[in-house]
Design a protein around this ligand. Structure first.
Ligand SMILES: Nc1ncnc2c1ncn2[C@@H]1O[C@H](COP(=O)(O)OP(=O)(O)O)[C@@H](O)[C@H]1O
Ligand SMILES: [Mg+2]
Length: 149
């Protein structure tokens, strides 16, 4: 199951809901991945503590890698970090993802996250995406990635 927590308004509880849904699923034994796409990195911090600020690679590296050609691309699972909680993993966000937005848009990378989630789907029972408080490339990517085919 893929879920996006989305609302254009800030401070309405998106990250709180994302982290709680992920935690409950993991506690029930479901293999859970939270993807943080908000440059404020709140849900990354909830799950990784202050280490979230130094965590690498992040969703920034994930999108950067989609803009670069590499002979040995990092596998999709290489962006996932374990947390101290059983069954709960995270792809942390980064404060600078916004800087990539126009490049990602002009290079038509809107389906990149959807394709990656297809590759990761067999590893997780629940994938929950926390989004920025905006309707932009990152939220559109998340909504497309979680839409039923
Ligand atoms: N159900 C709730 N009742 C009261 N306060 C809440 C609730 N959910 C979230 N909050 C508080 O509201 C603030 C914003 O929540 P947050 O999840 O960061 O919002 P968003 O991700 O939409 O910006 C936080 O301080 C959080 O602790
Ligand atoms: Mg938030």
């Amino acid at each position: 199951m893929k879920r996006v927590i989305f609302n254009q308004k800030g401070g309405v509880g998106k990250s709180t809901i994302a982290v709680n849904l992920a935690s409950i699923a993991a506690y029930k034994g479901r293999r859970t991945l939270l993807i943080d796409m908000d440059p404020q990195c709140n849900s990354s911090r909830y799950l990784l503590g202050k280490e979230a600020l130094e965590a690498t690679p992040t969703i920034l590296d994930f999108f950067k890698s989609s803009l670069e050609y590499s002979f040995y691309p990092k596998p999709d699972a290489g962006f996932v970090h374990a947390t101290r909680f059983d069954n709960l993993a995270v792809i942390p966000s980064h404060p600078e993802i916004g800087e990539l937005q126009s490049k990602l848009e002009s290079r038509h990378k809107i389906y990149k996250l959807r394709d990656t989630l297809k590759n990761l789907a067999s590893d997780y029972d629940e994938i929950i995406i926390d989004t920025p408080s905006a309707y932009n490339f990152f939220t559109q990517s998340a909504l497309i990635a979680a839409a039923r085919a």
